[in-house]
Each structure stands twice: as structure tokens, then as C-alpha cells.
Design a protein around this ligand. Structure first.
Ligand code: AMP
Ligand code: GLY
Length: 420
């Protein structure tokens, strides 16, 4: 099979490595990819907003399957566009992608299908929202409706912060805002829960705990994710069943009632409060860095799995996993998640000897001549699998120290809830 992977992060490099291992693979293309995907596939530069050019490329290069990594093209309807052009593609369609593309869409679905989630209100004007804040309980969470690269969520400990959030959102900081979402703050522990679905059949696809804050001890600003471990320490059979029955199944039913279905990876961001799951948000893709953390645990041939999904026969697959523990640490560029410099050389990469079950997935990197340069805030992912999270973390830190990149920083406490 010839495969095209869309995206350029650590998630996409991990997907690329999994495809490369498949017995079904012929050639892999990544659009745009990074210095890691460049080593095992062919990177292609086409504007991801230009669906027509993507279709041309797919036809010209006889690509049998397209895998879409990030949310933006999904929310913009790339799947519908490719399918209309008779191209096989793995990912949810435009309507199903509203689960991530519109927080208000998801909240209304939760309300209709009684899916446990934080209590909420939707407001059309800043006046109404401000009035509500006057008498609400603190902390309170203010959210922009659409995609905001993880930045449209304000956890407000004071009324003043909430008023600023409302002002910024209605002033268009995250695009035109007709409505705003304000919700109750849930106090619990977060867990990322994944399924893979072909629209009829679905399988759980692992759990993880991400570390979103930039500093150790979960302090500082929110980021895309500084590291993760899988499985989540919260995972147990009774909780799994609650998540499937109270959250996943009613969501899929809701999509069915809209005459559609969900094909692809669905990522439920959950808050677990006393072994009860509450939906915080949906993402219509794998998480990053959760993908890098989970995929190395997959035993089943990844491309066979994805192909089965696209051909609506996921039920023919026997999904198998390595039953051990995986941990990922993200090496970032100094300054992230605020301003950071690009094009800084990362040396020493070629000297690193990876042992079995140790992986380096590139994210914000690019190759120029023979050099590897930084090209983003989250730069490299170090993943180690074994039967001990502690061992994984030590080994991942050891790999980072071998690279010894002077412009890098990382959280040394990933997995502290299961290790320390
Ligand atoms: P999101 O972009 O929706 O993932 O939100 C970013 C982060 O904000 C989440 O990962 C949570 O840590 C936090 N968050 C969002 N909504 C709530 C809530 N209702 N209660 C507590 N924390 C929340
Ligand atoms: N790790 C969080 C995300 O992928 O949205």
C-alpha cells in the first residue's frame, strides 16, 4: 500500500513508524512531515488548506490510503472532500468532527443524551455572560467555542479573570464568537481515553495521562502536552464500562441520529471524580503526546487495522497490545509555550543508540542539508516501554541527557502520580 500521512508532529512521526513496520506498506508520504518522517518516508510540501492539490497529489502518486493526524483539516472537512474524490481516508467526516470543532455542539449533545459533563451555560452576549459571573461559584471555566490550539480555555479563580476571558473571546481572540461557554470547574483527575471506530464497530484504544502544564508539579501555563504515560493509573474495568456506557455509546448514538457516524480515532478528555467519568472535551484524533506513548504498545499490524477501519470491517481485526507500561517525555524549545526560537541545530542525534523498546519521535524538527534544526515549540519525544514507569522515565531522561541540547527543556516529573 502507498500511504499518505497528513501532519507534522510527534503523533504523525509515531504513526509513520507504525506504518513502516507493517507488512502491507510500500511507500509512505508525509505532508508536511518533519526531520523524523524524512528518514523513513518522503516529505511533501503542500498547503494543508488546499484540498484540491492534495487530491491531485494522491491520484498522481497512486496513494491507497490517507491518514489524517491533526484536527484542523478534519474540522475543515478533508475527509468528505477526499471521499467525494473516491480516495480512501482514515478520519471522521466534517459533521462528526464537530465533536472537537465546536465545544457547544458537544455540550448540547451531552445535554440531549444525558452524558455526564460539567454543568454549563451558553451565552450570546458579553452582558449576559458578565451577569452570570456576578453570582457564580468560583473557580469557573470560560471557553471559546471553536478550535483554539488548546488556548481557548480559561480557568478563572476570580471574577475579574472571567470578565477578561469573556471580553477576549467576544473580541475575537479565537475567531468570530457568537456564543460563549461557561462551565462549572470539576475537581478530579484527568484521563485521556481513546477508541478506534469504523462507524459500526469500535474498540477501546488505550488510556493515558497527559501533563499539560509547562512546569514540574503541574505549574505554569497550559501547553499541547509535555509528556504522558499509558495506561492511566485510573484505569479499571468498572470505570471503563462507565466510560463506554455513559459517554462513548450515547455519543455514537447521537451521531447516528444525525445520520452520520464516527470513523477514526475518538479521544475523550475526561475528568474522573471518585471513579465517575465526566466528559471535559472530545478530540477527533489521537492525542499528542498520547499517540507516541500508546502506539509502541500496539502489537497488531497498524496498517491492517487502519485499512480494516476504512473498509468498514474492523470486526475482522483481533486487536492486541503489549501488556506493559509506556512513558513519553517531550523535549521543548526554551520559551515554549510562549515565544521560542526556530532553526537552532540539534546535534548528537546520530550518536544515540536506542535499545529495544526505546523510541525517539520527532515533532518540531526539520532537516536542512545534513543538519537537524528545531522547527516548533515541542521538538522531540522520548518514549520508553517496560514493566516499570520509573525505569521508563529514567531511561527517557538518560536519552535526553545524551542529546544535551542547550536550547531544550523538559519536565523531569512526567508520571509523578504513578512513580513518586
Ligand atoms: P481543553 O482545551 O478543553 O482540553 O481544556 C484544557 C484544560 O482545561 C483541560 O485539560 C483541563 O485540565 C482544564 N479544564 C477544562 N474544562 C474544565 C472543567 N470544567 N473543570 C476543570 N478543568 C477543566
Ligand atoms: N495532548 C492533548 C491533545 O492532543 O490535545
Amino acid at each position: 500500500m502507498n500511504v499518505l500521512i497528513i501532519g507534522s508532529g510527534g503523533r504523525e512521526h509515531a504513526i509513520c513508524v507504525s506504518c513502516k513496520k507493517s507488512t502491507e506498506v510500500k511507500q509512505i508520504f508525509c505532508m508536511p512531515g518533519n526531520a523524523g518522517t524524512d528518514q523513513i518516508s518522503k516529505n511533501v510540501l503542500i498547503d494543508l488548506d488546499n484540498f484540491k492539490e492534495i487530491v491531485k497529489f494522491v491520484k498522481k502518486n497512486k496513494i491507497d490510503l490517507v491518514i489524517v493526524g491533526p484536527e484542523k483539516p478534519l474540522v475543515d472537512g478533508i475527509v468528505d472532500f477526499l471521499e467525494k474524490n473516491k480516495i480512501k481516508v482514515f478520519g471522521p467526516n466534517k459533521i462528526a468532527s464537530k465533536l472537537e470543532g465546536s465545544k457547544i455542539f458537544t455540550k448540547k449533545l451531552c445535554e440531549k443524551y444525558k452524558i455526564p459533563t460539567a454543568n454549563f451555560g451558553i451565552f450570546n452576549t458579553s452582558q449576559e455572560a458578565n451577569d452570570f459571573i456576578e453570582n457564580c461559584k468560583l473557580p469557573i471555566v470560560v471557553k471559546a467555542d471553536g478550535l483554539a490550539s488548546g488556548k481557548g480555555v480559561y480557568i478563572c479563580n476570580q471574577k475579574e479573570e472571567a470578565l477578561i476571558a469573556i471580553k477576549e473571546i467576544f473580541n475575537g481572540k479565537f475567531g468570530l464568537a457568537k456564543e460563549i461557554l461557561i462551565e462549572e470547574f470539576l475537581n478530579g483527575e484527568e484521563m485521556s481515553f481513546f477508541i478506534i471506530s469504523d462507524g459500526k464497530t469500535y474498540f477501546p484504544f488505550g488510556t493515558a495521562q497527559d501533563h499539560k502544564r509547562v512546569l514540574e508539579g503541574d505549574k505554569g501555563k497550559n501547553t499541547g502536552g509535555m509528556g504522558a504515560y499509558s495506561p492511566s493509573r485510573l484505569e479499571n474495568e468498572s470505570l471503563n464500562n462507565k466510560i463506554l456506557n455513559k459517554i462513548i455509546k450515547p455519543t455514537l448514538k447521537g451521531l447516528e441520529d444525525l445520520n452520520t457516524n464516527f470513523k477514526g480515532f475518538l479521544y475523550a478528555g475526561l475528568m474522573i471524580v471518585e471513579n465517575e467519568p465526566f466528559l471535559i472535551e472530545y478530540n477527533v484524533r489521537m492525542g499528542d503526546p498520547e499517540c507516541q506513548t500508546i502506539l509502541p504498545k500496539l502489537k497488531t499490524d497498524f496498517l491492517k487495522l487502519i485499512k480494516a477501519c476504512v473498509n468498514n470491517n474492523l470486526n475482522s481485526i483481533n486487536l492486541e497490545w503489549y501488556d506493559d507500561k509506556s512513558l513519553c517525555i517531550v523535549l521543548c524549545s526554551k520559551g515554549y509555550p510562549d515565544e521560542y526560537k526556530n532553526n537552532l541545530e540539534i546535534k548528537n542525534m546520530e550518536n544515540i543508540k536506542l535499545n529495544q523498546n526505546e523510541f525517539i519521535f520527532h515533532a518540531g524538527t526539520k532537516k536542512e542539508k545534513d543538519k537537524i534544526l528545531s522547527n516548533g515549540g515541542r521538538v522531540l519525544n522520548f518514549v520508553v516501554r517496560s514493566d516499570s514507569f520509573k525505569n521508563n522515565r529514567e531511561k527517557a531522561i538518560n536519552l535526553i541527557n545524551q542529546i544535551n541540547w542547550e536550547n531544550g527543556f523538559f519536565r523531569g516529573d512526567i508520571g509523578y502520580k504513578v512513580i513518586d
